[in-house]
Structures are given as C-alpha cells and as structure tokens.
Design a protein. Structure first.
Length: 365
C-alpha cells in the first residue's frame, strides 16, 4: 500500500497541508515541537481511526477551530486508488469513509492499510505496565485477523459486566455471573491461542533483527505469560471468585497477560541501558513489520520512523540505516532533527525520495 497524497486541516498544530508523497522515502526535518510527529500521527489515524497518542478525538482538533479533516489517497497492490476520509466537528461523532462510503463500524477499516509506527514513546513497552505490551500484541494481530477484534470486544464486554457484579454490595446473581465467566473463558482462550501463535512466529524474526542492529553483542528473548497456561480458563477464573468479590474486580483472565522482555536471562527493564532498550523496541517493531507483511496478503505496511536515532551509538545507527535501506521495506516516513542521519539513509537507498521541512505546523518541500 502506498500513500500517494494527503490533505490535513486543523489536526493538532497542522492547520493546513496538501502534500504529494514519494512512494519510497519521505523525510521530515525540523526542530522539536514543530509538528513532525503530528504529521506521522495523521497518517496513523487514517490506518487506525484514532491517534497513536491521544484517545480523545476532540483534543486533536487545532485550538479554537471547529473541526478537523484528514484525507488520503492510496495505491493498493492491484493498482487501484483507495480514498480514505475522516472528519469531525466539535461536539459530534467522527465520520470515517472509504471511497466515499461511510463505515457502519470503525473496526471494519482496521487492516485495510497495515502500518507500523516506531517512536520514542515505545520505551514504555519496557518501562510501563503489562497493558502496554498487551496493546502491542492487539494492535498487530487486529490488522490481519478480524475474528481477533470481535473476540477482544466480546471479552472486554464480559469482563466489564463481571466486574460490575463483583462490585455489588448484595450477593450477585450466580447464574448471571457464570454467564459472563463463560463468555470471558471462551473468548479469552481464542485470544490466548492467537497471541501465542503470534509470539511464536515473531520471536525468531525479532532475534535476527536485534542481532543485526547490535552486532551479535547481546542475546534477547520474549516470553509470553498467560493465566491460560494454568489450565482451563473457566476454572482459573472461577477458582478465586471469593477473592475477586473481596477486591471488586477480576484477578484472572487474559486481561492480565504479559510479554516478558529479557536480556540474557534477566528483565530488560532492570538490565538494559538506554541504547539497548531503544535497540530492543526498534527490533521488535521492525519484526512486526516483517510479520505483518507475511500475514497481510503480502501487502507492504507503511513504516513510520519517528526520531529513532536518538540515544544510539554510531554502529547501531549504521546498522538500522542498512536495514531500512533494503528492498524489504516499502514506503517509509522518517523524522529527525539531524539532517546528517537522513543524508546517510538516502546515500544507502535506491529510488525516489522527498524531503520536507517542518516549522510551526507548516510542512514545505
């Protein structure tokens, strides 16, 4: 999938932009806070129907403006044009359209334009709680498996209903409680199987890319942890119902799954340097790119690289440049404050490229 051009109106600090894009490399240069990341977020929004950084849509409208609008025209693998539009006025719901036809459910759009974003905030995958790592799995699997989105929605609904019953002062209706527990178990076990299959395939890709970037200096691992590994999920959920009543929420289920990040045999969070942590998350995201390419009918995802060279030594920067310079990747968007990094990338890359300069929300060639 190739983003040919994009129109942006009142999206964060970008008041207006109409850009024709390179099918290969698009570089955005500018100081911090100028709008480079906001531009990448606009592209992300057209893939996922939401911002990568702010879950409240009204807050992405430019201050004192009544609406925002995004529109992108894509070349798909069959040579056809896909038009994607999103618009929203303050105080109303957003409208999302594909080829002028509005979606009934936004989830129907997920996966049409596969995309991987690598950004400085990815360090929260290591430093943050397990919710960040579950989200990582959910975002990738949802792009190629619609049944996963359905199961995740059904599981979260059942979890919410069970938690509401657990919080009640009077004793909850056991029949109703068991109904929601069965819903959690059946959907949860499906989510577990799909997450496990994803991790099993991702690990060798991730380790190979990490070794390429680090120069074989460290060994890294991923380890998926789930309550489903203790036996029947329904039994696991029901076993501690008394404890759940005491705390007022569900202590067991796939909403507590985690992905352990290991440097050697020790947690990355405790052992990794800033450079190793950054290498880890970049390798993880590039492995997801390869995984998505294989599973999304061989559609090349868009790759967004936001300020990825900070805190990395020269050897690792060079290794990443060689990696993304290969034919393996399709259309790439790169932001940086340092023109030297981008010049190195362009020297190593064959094919078309466009450089944009970003200042105070204005994007110019």
């Amino acid at each position: 999938m190739i983003l040919k051009n994009i129109s942006i109106i009142n999206f964060k600090n970008i008041k207006s932009a109409n850009l024709e894009l390179s099918p290969k490399i698009n570089c955005l240069i500018g100081h911090n806070g100028m709008g480079k990341t906001n531009f990448l977020d606009a592209i992300y929004y057209l893939s996922f129907c939401r911002s990568a950084y702010n879950s409240i849509d009204s807050q992405i409208i430019t201050h004192d403006e009544p609406f925002f609008m995004l529109e992108g025209n894509y070349d798909n693998d069959k040579g056809e044009i896909e038009n994607v539009y999103c618009g929203m006025k303050r105080g109303t719901k957003k409208h999302f359209k594909r080829n002028k036809k509005e979606y009934k459910r936004l989830s129907q759009h997920i996966g049409l334009i596969p995309l991987i974003l690598v950004s400085p905030s990815d360090v929260s995958l290591i430093e943050g709680g397990s919710e960040e790592r579950r989200k990582l799995m959910d975002v990738v699997i949802s792009q190629y498996d619609y049944s996963y989105i359905e199961a995740l929605s059904n599981y979260n609904k059942a979890l919410q209903q069970r938690n509401a019953l657990l919080k009640m002062e009077e004793e909850p209706d056991i029949t109703l409680l068991e109904l929601w527990e069965q819903q959690m178990a059946s959907n949860g076990e499906l989510l577990y199987r799909k997450r496990q299959a994803f991790v099993d395939e991702l690990v060798p890709l991730f380790q190979q890319i990490y070794q390429q970037i680090s120069g074989d200096k460290e060994q890294v691992r991923l380890h998926y942890v789930s309550h489903c590994q203790r036996g029947s999920l329904l039994d696991v959920i029901q076993r501690d119902r008394f404890k759940d009543r005491a705390v007022g929420y569900s202590l067991h289920g796939v909403h507590r799954d985690d992905l352990e990040f290991l440097l050697g045999d020790y947690p990355m969070k405790r052992e990794g340097s800033q450079g190793q942590n950054k290498t880890f998350v970049i390798a993880l995201k590039l492995a997801q790119f390869t995984f998505l390419q294989r599973t999304s009918s061989n559609t090349l995802p868009l790759l967004l690289l936001d300020d990825i060279f900070d805190k990395l030594d020269a050897q690792r920067v060079e290794a990443i440049v060689k990696l993304v310079a290969g034919d393996h990747f399709g259309q790439i968007f790169i932001t940086d404050t340092n023109r030297d990094h981008l010049d190195k990338i362009l020297q190593n890359m064959q094919g078309d490229h466009t450089i944009f300069y970003v200042e105070n929300g204005e994007i110019m060639k």
